[in-house]
Structure formats: C-alpha cells, structure tokens
Write a protein that binds this ligand. Sequence first.
Ligand code: PLI
Length: 462
Amino acid sequence: MVQERRRSWAEPYKIKMVEPVKMTDRNDRKKALEEAGYNTFLLHSEDVYIDLLTDSGTSAMSDRQWAAMMMGDEAYAGSRNFYSLEKTIQDYYGYRYVVPTHQGRAAEHILSQILIKEGDIIPGNMYFTTTKLHQELAGGQFVDVIIDEAHDPDHEHPFKGNVDLNKLEDLIKKHGAGHIPYVSIATSVNMAGGQPISMENLKGLRELTQKHGIKIVHDMTRVAENAYMIKTRETGYENAHVADIVREICDLTDAATMSSKKDALVNIGGFLAVNDWDIFEEARNMVVVYEGLHTYGGLAGRDMEAMAIGITESVQEDHIRARVGQVQYLGEKIDQYGVPIVKPIGTHGVFLNARRMLEHLPQDQFPAQTLAAELYLDSGIRAMERGVVSAGRNPETGDHIYPELELVRLTIPRRVYTQAHMDVVAESVEEIYINREKVKGLKMTYEPKYLRFFQARFEPLG
Ligand code: PLI
C-alpha cells in the first residue's frame, strides 16, 4: 500500500508589520521577577520575550480591521458602528438584542445583577473567575455541574466541557427550579483547559432546562473554537461550516455574554446579548450607569467596527483551523517530551499539569505559580497560574480552595507568534521538566481581597 506523504500546512495570512521584542538574560529576568513578587501578572511586558499570559486582547488584527478603525463614527449617540456591530451579532450569533460593554466582565456584572437574587443557585460547566465573582456579588452561589472527567487532567474525553445532566437534575430537585435563574454555560471551557461542550450535550441540557423553565446563559468568549472542535470530533458535523455550528450553539441558549478580546479578534470589547425584551430593557438601563450609553457601552466607535469584522473573521474555516492547529502543534510537541499536560489538548492554550510536574511541592506552596515563575526565569516566557491562587478562598470558611486542577496555562494569542516561537516554548518547558526536582515552592506575602491572582505577591521558600 502506498503511504500518503505528510504535508505541512501554514497560517492563512502573511506578516505585514512586526513588533520587535526585547531579548533578556537570566539575571535581568531574576531581577524583574523579584520586582514582580513572583507574579507573572506584575511583570512589565517589555521584559517578556514570548507572552503567553493570555489570549485576551492580544490578537493581531487584520488589515481589514485596521482599515475599519479609520471608519470610526465617534458620535456620542447612535454611532453607525454600533448598528454595524448589532447587525453582525444578530446575523452570526442570532441573539435579538445587543448591549455593548467595554469587556466581558462588564456584561457579566450587568446580567448577573438583573437575573440573580439573593440565595439563588447558579449551576455551570466549571467556574470562570470573573463570572463566578459577579454571580456571588449579585447574591448567588455557583455550583459546578461539569462532568467528573473535566477535573481529571489525564482523561481523554473529547468533550470535557459537557454538563453532567444528572448532577444538574439533582440540584434542581434539591433547590427547586425557582431558585435557579439560569445555567451558566461556557463554550470551550477555559478553566478545564479549553475543553469543548458537545452539541448533543447542549441539546440535552436545553431539553432539561426547558422542562423546568430555567434559562441558559452562554459565555461565548471562545464559541468559534468550540464549534471547530464539534466539527472535528462530533459525528454528523464533519462537513458542517463552523459559522453554522456557532449559530446552532447560540440558538440553543437564551442569552450570552462575550469577551470579544478572544474569539472576536479585538484588543478591547465585549457585549451582552439576549432574546428577551424585558431583560434587554433592564440591561440598557444599567449599562448607562456603569459603562456608557447603550449604543457604545464604554467602547469607541472604531472598536465596535473592528469587532464586527473580527466576528466575521473568527468563523472562517481557514482561520480557525490554523488558530486551533497552532495550539495543537505546541501541545503535541510538549507531550512528546513526556511533560504532563491536560488531555486532550485545548483550543486556546496548552495547560501544564503543575501538580504532576512538581510533585514534591504541596498545593499550599503554589506549584503552578512556581512553575510560571520558573518558565519566565528560564526563557522569558510569560504564562499564567490556573490553580489554587486563581481559585481563591471559600467565602464561608476563608480557607484556600484547593482545586483538582493545578495548572499553568500557555495561552496562545491569535495570529501573533510563529512556529519557531512555539518550538522555543516547548524546549523551555522540557528544560524545567528535566530539572524539576531542584525547584522550590513559594509563599504568599500579599493577598488582595478580590481576584487575588492578578495582584498577589510571593517569595521563594528556602
Ligand atoms: O477579560 P474580560 O472581562 O473581557 O472577560 C472575562 C472572561 C469571561 N469569560 C471567559 C471564559 C474568559 O476567559 C474571560 C476572560 N479571560 C481572560 C482574561 C483570560 O486570560 O482567560
């Protein structure tokens, strides 16, 4: 039998402008890390070589998006760019009413305040930091109903973002549907490692929630990436267009919040979108208090135009294949070195299993925080802790929450780095893995009250 030769494929774009990055040595990096309190969020980006802190707001915009920015209509009210964004959201995502916000958490804040009352329960497919906090600030309590496999970094379940419908049904029985205003569903679940939810699961969820009159609120921050995984993994969707899958997902939900700084390829922006007029009316009232008029919501006209174009580009097949493909390339390379990572490889980043990589460090010595610091020290790569520091404290007991997943996220910005950058990252991870036994843990020396991972400070132990 003739073996088919492996053929490479590359990004569906070429580079028109470059941004030089500073090369540093280990001494420079040690000093920068000390000044940053061993928290990669507190490093100056100038001191970073390859910035994999986040895929949020870090995408490279296309020439079409940049051109659109010159068409900004900066009128205080009724900007042309708002109507263009509204129409794009209606066409691509199907939601009826749109309120722009300056980013995703502002949309979460407004929707949580409208939908949640004191004592409510909000089930969801794993928490996200800002989403959960806004649910709590509105008086609700988040309850995780994701499938158990999602908490096991080695389990190869193709849809680790799925909801365990039995867990949800038990929760409805226990608390009553009247205390559950909505189920909070993320596509491409960030904290699980960028893991998708299947269409089959979403349909089952729709049926169950409809029976009880419970809404589904969709965190659609990475919906196109999720749709691509459905196309490549779910039977029946092999030949479907990503744009159509995205639309089908949205049509199974009642409302959405989006941080457009991810999928939608802009450096700033977000929105909330709903199908219910009354919720829209309240959201329009609230946005004026917290963000700006309902036709700009904290955004410049030019930003809304760039977002509208970013949405259309985000669902193009070639784009999404290359975007997720680059993440898979990095993940496979690190995996080949034997380094423990979350499986299957996610859509927006590779998640290193810090708990397994630094087995000698107990969780209260912050293995993932430590690993992120080591990576920076080794090569100037900036990553993000997603473990005990991100999980925060139990609001009732005040104790650390010790999540099963103690991870370091190597998040890949869209259309920014090359394959050579990915090789440098993989080699640095391997280097630390080889010398892992020498790595010492950290102690926390400063802890902010909210979302502590952003500003906490640490010192090395020993
Ligand atoms: O950073 P914002 O406020 O635009 O969006 C908050 C937000 C909401 N949902 C999800 C799933 C997110 O990933 C998200 C922000 N994520 C960041 C900043 C990240 O680094 O993953």
